[in-house]
Design a binder for this molecule. Structure first.
Ligand SMILES: Cc1c2[nH]c(c1CCC(=O)O)Cc1[nH]c(c(CCC(=O)O)c1C)Cc1[nH]c(c(CCC(=O)O)c1C)Cc1[nH]c(c(C)c1CCC(=O)O)C2
Length: 346
């Protein structure tokens, strides 16, 4: 397992061919996913180990990617501690009673591993099936989880979230500390059961200015990543958010080994901002999967060239696979990557 290309790239050793996986590689773009999910609610499907195993393996079988990403959701641990929420198809997480006051903190207890025995079972089943292919465990970062709790659902500008952060810094800090405990415990359960790497998704933190990120968010994200490092310092920590070009060094300093880059910033520019201590992950625009193969091939090539200028590169999209994507386009990306040797384009 140590020699798996994904783990080598995370350690900043350039393997012969760039490793690749895709955010949201499991899910609605796959007919085999839609078939097994029929009649089962999203959050129920995440708590059934046989089903989680099947869905996680589907893209590995179809694309031959270099890693599996655990099939779950960032709100699964919140639901596990008893927060009233659901995932509405086509919308995303919806919270019954949005977070407003200190009293609301009592409705978000800490996560104890005994609350999620099914996660341990799913990861064990999966790592047994995966053999030498790494499983990436994941969690939502405190800011992104807080944004759903405070807004009550998806939001364009995160105005309520930012208002709470600016107006009630003590309550904000207490909320983020609690969410850091929950995310940290969720990741530790996955690593203890056999996950080979973890990704902390701070999807919406790009809404913040750098100074506010540093003072109001970074300490909580750092606590999550430290919880993983304390358990096993050899497990690489990937940290990703959208529109985070200005935040990349601060997100790295939170305790990442690999920094995920969205499609807005070229990888070589991201790597210049980050310096030699960090590998990068990304960053093909998922919309390119709808373009003709000649266009797609050229963009895969330029992404590889740009990534080769970083000390380590894991190929990925700049955000998740969109639901209408043709799976053959993803297969084409994997085959194209495998046709280039890093030494040849470096
Ligand atoms: C912000 C966020 C969420 N969930 C997640 C994030 C961070 C990643 C990112 O930035 O996109 C993370 C996530 N959610 C899911 C995965 C599974 C693994 C994978 O990447 O293949 C992962 C890694 C499954 C899912 N999570 C969700 C689906 C779709 C639900 C379904 O299939 O019924 C899947 C496969 C639901 C979900 N859950 C969330 C959203 C925004 C949605 C989409 C709503 C929709 O368009 O229907 C919250």
């Amino acid at each position: 397992m140590r020699d798996a290309p994904l783990l080598a790239a995370a350690r900043r050793e350039q393997p012969a061919v760039a490793p690749v996986w895709f955010m949201r590689q499991a899910g609605r773009s796959l007919p085999e996913y839609r078939r097994v999910r029929e009649g089962i609610a999203m959050l129920d499907s995440c708590r059934r180990p046989e089903l989680v195993t099947e869905i996680t393996l589907q893209p590995v079988r179809r694309y031959g990617v270099d890693a599996a990403i655990f099939f779950s959701d960032i709100v699964v641990p919140l639901k596990a501690v008893g927060v009233g929420l659901d995932i509405k198809p086509g919308i995303g997480p919806v919270i019954e009673q949005p977070f407003r006051t200190w009293a609301d903190l009592d409705r978000i207890p800490e996560l104890d591993p005994s609350m999620i025995p099914d996660i341990t079972e799913s990861v064990r089943l999966l790592t047994a099936e995966l053999g030498g292919t790494p499983l990436i465990g994941f969690a939502g970062a405190p800011f992104t989880l807080a944004s759903y709790l405070v807004e009550g659902g998806p939001s364009r500008d995160l105005a309520r979230t930012k208002a709470l952060m600016y107006a009630e810094p003590d309550l904000w800090r207490a909320l983020l500390d609690r969410l850091a405990q929950i995310s940290g415990a969720f990741l530790r359960v996955q690593v203890a059961a056999g996950a080979s790497a973890v990704q902390l998704f701070d999807s919406w933190v790009g809404a913040l200015p750098l100074a506010d990120y540093r003072s109001h968010v970074q300490p909580a994200s750092a606590a999550v990543l430290a919880a993983v490092k304390d358990l096993d310092p050899t497990v690489p920590r990937i940290h990703f958010g959208v529109q985070t070009g200005e935040l990349l060094p601060a997100m790295a300093e939170a305790g990442a080994d690999v920094v995920g880059v969205d499609f807005r910033l070229p990888l070589e520019e991201a790597s210049e901002r980050l310096g030699q201590r960090y590998a990068v992950q990304g960053n093909l625009d998922p919309a390119l999967l709808f373009a003709p193969h000649e266009v797609l091939r050229e963009r895969v090539r330029s992404t590889l060239l740009s990534g080769a200028l970083a000390p380590g590169h894991i190929f990925n999209l700049g955000h998740g696979v969109m639901p209408g994507t043709d799976p053959d386009a993803l297969k084409f990306v994997v085959d194209t990557i495998r046709s280039y040797k890093i030494a040849e384009y470096r």
